[in-house]
Write a protein that binds this ligand. Sequence first.
Ligand code: NAD
Ligand code: TYD
Length: 358
Amino acid sequence: MIFVTGGAGFIGSNFVHHWLGRTDEPVVVLDALTYAGNPENLSSLASDPRLQFVKGDLNDRTLLDGLLSRHRPRAVVHFAAETHVDRSIRGPDAFLQANVLGTFHLLEAVRADWGRRPAPEQAAFRFLHVSTDEVYGSLAPDAPAFTEDSPFAPNSPYAASKAASDHWVRAYGRTYGLPVLVSHCSNNYGPYQFPEKLIPLVIHHALEGAPLPLYGDGGQIRDWLYVEDHCHALVRILEAGRGGETYNVGGGCERTNREVVESLCRILDRMRPRPRGSHAEGIVEVPDRPGHDRRYAIDAGKIRRELGWEPRESFESGIEKTVGWYLGHPGWVDHVVRGAYRDWIRLQYGPEGPAAPG
Ligand code: NAD
Ligand code: TYD
C-alpha cells in the first residue's frame, strides 16, 4: 500500500481518486483537516475498503510511528502543507510548523521505519515530496523557464517553507540513503480546489455576482497545470523516477492572471450568463500582494524525456472542465464557503469583500 499525506486537500484528494481509479493497491491517507482539508473530497470513496482515512497531524510523531509500522507502505507521497501564499504573508508561523517541522517529523518517522526493513524493501521504497515551482522565485519576461538546475530564490514565506522542506528531503536522501524523489510543479487547477485560490475564487464570485479581484495590474504570469495531469506525472515519478532525482512538472500554459480571469468570464458567459452584460464587467483591480512574483514557467523537458510524461489537457480544455465541475457541484461549493472561507475573504479583501467595479 501507499501512504498519502494531505489526501483530503485539493491535489491530494485528486491523487487518491486517480490512484484508486487505476489500481487496487490500497491507500492510507493522513490529513489534519485544517481549513483546506475537506473529507467531502473523498466522500465518494467512503465505503471503499481500499481507502483508510486517518485524521492527524504530521507533527504527531507517535501517530506517524504507529501508522508506518502497522501499514508498512512501499511509498509515501507527501502533499500535506499549508499552501496559500497570501495566508503565509499574514501568518507565516503556521507554514514553518506544517511545512518545515511537519516534513522533518515525517522524514524522521519514515527513516526509522525504513531503517528496520530488509534491504530489498529498502531499495524499492520511495518517498515522494510534492513541491512547487515557487521555490525558484520570479522569472523576467523573456527568461528561460525553470529547470531542475535553477537556483532556489523563494520570495514568500510559503515558498521559503517549501524550499526548506525540499532541502531536508534532499539531505535525507544524501545522508541516510532514503530513496527520495522531489517534484516541482506549477499552479494546479481543477476539481476540489479551495475557493480562496484564483480560479475557484473567480468562478464562485462570478456566480454570486461579487467583484472579481485582480491583484495589481493583473499582468503576473503563471504556468497552469490541470490537476489530473499532475497526478499522472506523480504516478510516473513513483513508477520510474530515479531515486534522489528532482522532476519539474508544468502544463506549458503560461497565462497572465487577467487572461485567466477573462477566459473564465467568457466560459461563464456561455454556461451561466448574467441577466445583463458580461461577467468580465465584475473585474476589479485590488492592491497587489507584497513581494508578488511576476512570472513562473516550468521546463518539463526532463520528465518528458525520461518518463514519457506529457500533459493531456490544454489550458482551454482544462479550464472548461473545471468550470463545468464547479457548476455541477453547488453543494460542495456551498459547504466549503462557510466558516473559515468567509473569515478569510473579510480579512484579505475588507469587511465588504472587494469593492465593486466603477
Ligand atoms: P491544500 O491546501 O488544498 O491541501 C493541503 C492539505 O494538507 C489539507 O488537506 C490540509 O488539511 C493538510 N495539512 C496541512 N497541514 C497539515 C499537517 N500539519 N498535518 C497533516 N495534514 C496537514 O494544498 P494543495 O493545493 O492540494 O497542495 C498539495 C501540495 O502540493 C502542497 O505540498 C503544495 O505545496 C504543493 N503544490 C501545490 C500547488 C497548487 O497549485 N495547488 C502547486 C505546486 C505545489
Ligand atoms: P493563487 O491561486 O493564490 O496561487 P499562487 O499565489 O500560488 O500562484 O494566485 C494565482 C495568481 O493570481 C497569483 O499571481 C495571485 C493572483 N490572484 C489575484 O490576482 N487575485 C486573487 O484574488 C487571488 C487569490 C490571486
